[in-house]
Design a protein around this ligand. Structure first.
Ligand code: COA
Length: 106
């Protein structure tokens, strides 16, 4: 499943988040959801910039974001408090001018 959050209407900023069932991992589903969310954000909602964050240890999610043409903007420190301590986040984004709705991409 995927979620699109409009973070600012005035500034046309959105965020994507997605999740797939572990039994379905590695079949391209996460990439397909991400691409669909970007399509909705740029084509239907008129966003200018769409971003996503992931745990630095989450190599699969980072791979998806790169395949979608997103750029790594930075490493955010201690964004989330987990039971075993603080967790960092990697921030990725893509601008409307960079988005190509290419199904062969990813
Ligand atoms: C991250 C997540 C969505 C991936 O879903 P998925 O359906 O397996 O994704 P895909 O099959 O489209 O692609 C995963 C990519 O990561 C790569 N990957 C997976 N595990 C990897 C690993 N350990 N090392 C390197 N690459 C890895 C796959 O090879 C694939 O890339 P490829 O198509 O170029 O080979 C899924 O693991 C998940 O729901 N995790 C929990 C929630 C989460 O982390 N959400 C993202 C934060 S918004």
């Amino acid at each position: 499943m995927g979620e699109f959050h409009i973070r600012s209407l005035n500034h046309a900023q959105g965020e994507i988040q997605y999740l797939t069932h572990p039994r379905l991992w590695g079949r391209g589903l996460g990439t397909a959801i991400g691409r669909r969310l970007l399509r909705v954000g740029f084509h239907q909602l008129g966003m200018h910039r769409i971003y996503a964050t992931c745990d630095p240890r989450n190599v699969a999610s980072a791979a998806i974001l790169k395949k979608l043409g997103m750029t790594k903007e930075g490493h955010l420190r201690h964004t989330t408090k987990l039971r075993d301590g603080w967790r960092d986040s990697i921030l990725f984004s893509i601008l409307d001018s960079e988005w190509t709705d290419d199904p062969d991409r990813g």
